[in-house]
Ligand binder design. Sequence first.
Ligand code: ADP
Ligand code: MG
Length: 296
Amino acid sequence: MHEFDLIKRYFQKPAAGSVKIGVGDDAAVLAVPPGYELVVTTDTLVSGVHFFADVSPATLGHKALAVNLSDLAAMGAQPAWFTLALTLSQADPEWVDAFAQGLFLLAESSGIALVGGDTTQGPLSITITAMGLVPQGQALTRGGAQTGDLVFVSGTIGDAAQALADLKKWGQTPTRLRARLECPTPRLALGQALRGLATACIDVSDGLVQDLGHILAASGRGAKINLSPFLSGDDYELLFTAREHSLADIMAAAVACECVVTPIGHIQAEPGLHLIDAQGQEYQPEEPGFQHFSEP
Ligand code: ADP
Ligand code: MG
């Protein structure tokens, strides 16, 4: 199957609504509604780095989009459009078909339209650029945490890291944990509900300690976190801060979004992160978080 047949068969959808020109021209033309700002994010998944080469193509299609949607969620954005740069070692129609099914299932349920991309031959890798919309000036950022704020995390932290550790060590993991690793649920409704409530927000992709560190650095603050030692990474949950008086509103938003949200600590004026276990003892995290190009 050739490049153009493949694009047409699996990725070309008719332009509709805000998509004035979609797949099939030199570039897409998109209508941004007045009063909104465009939020843009890119994430790449590389075979052997972000996923096992033999992962099911449908779950890979899901995850490639999910990790980008998670970034839109962390900004409080509503998903609108995405592009897909696909590098394939070969054009296996069965593989591409399953990949596209996983991708479009999540795209349709999230209200995001594929509007363009690129298709090339080489070692398997997937780059998605996702675009979303927020009302002017309302995007959530990493930089707004204030002294005394509560720190919250959505969902459960550690399932994906546990699944990855199991798979590396034993080659297997319980189905529920595998799903948390391969099919994360981006917290889109929660992210949008947090507009005007959260003072700072980030998605937990590289590990809670490292990602909280980004909020603290951007906000010029420190934090005290009460959690027993935990594994984290690939969680795609939201980590956010809010004023203490917003607690009831945050919990109501979480319930409305069918999402568990747990307060885990406080923002402090002094820089530095203090992790406190169930016995009240401070401890150091075993692994601070994932980084490409880090020393072995
Ligand atoms: P160009 O040579 O101008 O880069 P291409 O031949 O790469 O154009 O792409 C033709 C059209 O198909 C463009 O609209 C492009 O956005 C779209 N396209 C290419 N690959 C993909 C893909 N994997 N998913 C969605 N759209 C794609
Ligand atoms: Mg091209």
